[in-house]
Design a protein around this ligand. Structure first.
Ligand code: SAJ
Length: 415
């Protein structure tokens, strides 16, 4: 069997590799020539545990190839990005371009599966009409389905295989054809439905998480004014058998949870008050953190600030939509001197390669990303170089008692 995977990003590349691991002849396709060149040199443009070894092995064994253009195959998986535009409406141009790129190759009996996150009804209303250019009878000669990716960045490798899979066909035959493809590697259950329901399921999953995090962030803000420790309160509330509150933090980042709820808002023509409010609460959280930082250093002449973590979440190198970046930019625009340390994110945003240099003469450390390595830093040495030993923990990542022995005055959001 031959499969083309269109789009070699965080989802497409692992999917291409896992298909190849299961004996399928895979062509990974990306319009970005730099991505193809990197992969063909055995480089990996994405940092995901387990991915590099798998891609290299499958390339060596000849089951995985990369190209800027598609080719004839039995099935096509579309895994390109769907960002939101400046007006928060979904930008489907990459999906349409990907569909256009495969149209010349489609033949009777082929399967097309879209994995990109798209508004409910997109496959039926926009992709099926586009595919009709092939002249094939959709659902009978050309099978079309939507199957959302649901993998957790940082744990993609096992979730790709172990998670349940939702497959929505434009008709039952399409869903069954797609299920046969995913059944080659998915160990979780495969649930069949129609394409619009599958599109909605994906948006509901990420929106429910956004709403739950917004609730946690609201509880943190209220607890701060009431002098209550929100972390302890959430821990205790979660001992209830039917309560599962998530964790407050500096805001919601990444390319999924901070984006997908806008698809719901757009589909509802703005009439999605709860979804919209959650987005607003989470988007305003970085500004709340900035106000906390400003109050901590209010009495210091020309304070120096040190941010720990630029990535949108712990143990990740991904800064897309990161609240840390929003906080950094807000502080810089207010004229603060800001140093940054993130061991994963390279040298963008003035990132310092040494935490000790980043903390030198600092008046406040602000932990924004819960990288596990931040628990292992030498806080004795860090404290020795600082002007004022203040520590603001926005993730409840460190035990204040461990910092206080080094002379830090410790602050946590939500307390
Ligand atoms: N966050 C909190 N508090 C929490 C959990 C997360 O503030 O309790 C923040 C994180 O720090 C981060 C953001 O939310 O900034 C989102 O991170 P995440 O780890 O919750 O999720 P993502 O964006 O990395 O991956 C999500 C996952 N969706 C769900 O868990 C429902 C993943 O399964 C999806 O495949 C992925 O979105 C996607 O691609 O859609």
């Amino acid at each position: 069997m031959q499969v083309n995977v269109i789009g070699l990003g965080y989802i497409g590349l692992p999917t291409a590799a896992v298909l190849a691991e299961h004996g399928i002849d895979v062509r990974g396709v990306d319009i970005n020539a730099a991505v193809i060149a990197t992969l063909n040199r055995s480089g990996i443009p994405i940092n995901e545990p387990g991915l590099r070894d798998s891609v290299r092995t499958q390339m060596t064994e000849g089951r995985l190839r990369f190209s800027a253009v598609p080719d004839h195959a039995d099935a096509y998986i579309i895994a390109v990005q769907t960002p939101v535009g400046p007006d928060r409406s979904p930008d489907l141009s990459y999906v349409h371009a990907a569909v256009d790129s495969i149209i010349p190759y489609l033949r009777e009996g082929n399967l097309v599966v879209v994995e990109s996150t798209i508004p409910p009804g997109t496959v039926n209303r926009h992709i099926v009409p586009q595919l009709k250019q092939t002249g094939l009878d959709i659902g009978r000669q050309l099978f079309v389905a939507y199957s959302p990716e649901r993998v957790y960045p940082g744990n993609v490798w096992s979730e790709l295989v172990d998670n349940d899979r939702i497959i929505g066909g434009v008709n039952e035959e399409s869903a069954r054809e797609a299920a046969m493809l995913y059944g080659r590697f998915v160990k979780g259950s495969i649930h069949l439905t129609d394409s619009a329901t599958a599109e909605m399921v994906k948006l509901m999953e990420n929106t429910s998480r956004d709403v739950n995090i917004a609730f946690a962030n609201e509880m943190a803000r209220i607890s701060e004014s009431a002098g209550i420790n929100v972390w302890e309160a959430i821990r205790l509330a979660n001992t209830h058998p039917r309560v599962r509150i998530l964790q407050p933090g500096p805001g919601v980042g990444g390319h999924c949870i901070a984006v997908d709820p806008w698809f719901i808002v757009d589909s509802a023509h703005g009439d999605a008050p709860l979804t919209l409010l959650a987005r607003t609460i989470n988007d305003h959280t970085p500004a709340r953190i900035v106000r906390m930082i400003e109050s901590l250093v209010a009495g210091i002449d020309t304070p120096v600030l040190t941010l720990l973590g630029l990535a949108y979440k712990g143990n990740s190198d991904d800064t897309r939509g990161s609240p840390s970046v929003a906080i950094l930019q807000a502080l810089l625009s207010k004229g603060y001197a800001v140093n940054v340390f993130d061991p994963y994110t390279g040298n963008a945003y003035g990132n310092n390669s040494s935490v000790y240099e980043a903390a030198e003469r600092s008046d406040c450390l602000i932990l924004l990303t819960d990288h596990a390595v931040f628990r292992e830093l030498d806080y004795t040495r860090i404290a020795a170089g600082m002007n004022t030993r203040q520590f603001l923990d926005t993730r409840n990542a460190l035990d204040p008692a461990d910092l206080e022995i080094h002379g830090f005055a410790c602050y946590r959001i939500g307390t």
